[in-house]
Design a protein around this ligand. Sequence first.
Ligand code: COA
Length: 404
Amino acid sequence: MERMQKLLIFYIGSEKMREVAIIGIGITKFGELWDKSFRHLIAEAGSKAILDSGIGGTDIDAMYIGSMSSGRFIGQEHVGALVADASGFSHIHIPATRTEGACASGGLAVREGYLSILSGINDVVVIGGIEKMNDVGGGSATETLATAADQEWEAFFGATFPALYAMIANRHMHEYGTTKENLAQVAVKNHANGAKNPYAQYQREITIEQAMNASPVAYPLGLLDCSPVTDGAAAIVMCAADKAKKYTDKIIKIIGSGQGSDTLPLHGRRDICTLDATVHAAKMAYKQGNIKPSDIDLAEVHDCFTIAEICAIEDLGFVKKGEGGKAVEEKITTLNGTLPVNTSGGLKSKGHPVGATGVAQVVEIVKQLRGEAEKRQIKDPKIGLAHNVGGSGATSVVHIMEVE
Ligand code: COA
């Protein structure tokens, strides 16, 4: 009866909406993890998050798992049930659902879990994200990633993701005067942050010269403009905020959640330098949180290629369209800048296990908001944003989190 009343209140909207808190986080090392299986990785991330949260297995109402292409990467589909089983929960028959939205699969899992608590159906959910990409060769990984592009209009003609983002970069340079050096500045910043993250794939700094002169991939993008091919998993535990104190004092609230979609191929877009799915998702999240972009203290954005970070800070409203390159040049987005971006090292340096990325971004924001980001901790952040993109921008998910 009590639950029924809550549902009615939610739908009729006559009382304040339910609030959702993140109470536990877990992540594995990212990299080429030959000695760890898919099962091992997700169980490691999940058990870390559950231990961190203080919940017990029987408290869990549901699981949501983001994985982009486990069928092609490791020959395994049916990932929801597999993860429940690998986590030791098959005997209690927890509902376990996989989400897929290319590289935004993890962000979608976060949002589905969040919505399920908001609806009143669930009180405690575990969200996981995972990809094991290195079990296939580089060519095969590229082909698998390209399944998230439009097959008829893009992949069929050999346009892989580096090529698609290179087109965006060329257009951005042409329209706004963004330079190859601006792209290199993103890579240098993110490697500097990744060097401070013990879970990152590449824990090494690079120089502007190295980034500018790296082997060409698709002009203007070179090797050091690209996120790598990565194995890894991340997990979080979410709980109805009014029940969170039962488990922990470390409570971070989700104050905004948004999602958007767009044309699958780039050519259908109004402007290829703007990811309208991100603009839409961000507007939804800001509106729900009743905040403005200038209220955000730090952001993890989807830098699958360096140009993607420049577009993201524009599309999220942190700077005007066309001024992303300049903002990077002015060091606004460094650890000591006014808006630190990708403190984890981002996809560029931390790595990009595609299904795990959206969850890993939330893990980093929660670490920063709790003051647990060690050498890369920024000063006293209150509000953080995570931004996860699928493909060249056909799916976008934004979450905003705040210290309670
Ligand atoms: N950043 C930094 N270093 C990288 C790297 C990257 N993105 N990718 C590879 N390396 C390093 C490797 O560690 C290796 O170093 P080592 O010789 O010291 O061991 C060296 O470069 C060569 O690695 P290799 O795996 O042979 O590179 P590759 O040429 O096969 O792959 C890319 C490089 C850029 C093509 C590949 O990382 C890629 O496809 N990235 C994009 C992934 C993608 O599209 N994701 C989806 C986004 S929407």
